[in-house]
Design a protein around this ligand. Structure first.
Ligand SMILES: [Zn+2]
Length: 67
């Protein structure tokens, strides 16, 4: 399991970035919604999709969850 966050503020593209809790690029917690302790990035993505229409994987930390 890993903990995931999603940014409240969208990127210029309109997408909200999903982060792994240990991501170096995480902004302040006040700017994040906690998604929960989730088994996989795919599941975190589905949780994120419940909150926001447009979500995108953070390029800095999503790679750690590939496969
Ligand atoms: Zn990240």
């Amino acid at each position: 399991m890993a903990e995931f966050y999603i940014e409240k503020q969208p990127q210029n593209t309109g997408a909200h970035l999903v982060h792994f809790s240990h991501c170096q690029g995480l902004s302040e917690l006040s700017g994040l919604n906690y998604l929960g302790s989730i088994a996989s990035y795919d599941s975190a993505w589905k949780e994120a999709k419940k909150l926001y229409h447009e979500v995108s994987a953070c390029p800095a930390c999503a790679g750690q969850y590939a496969g």
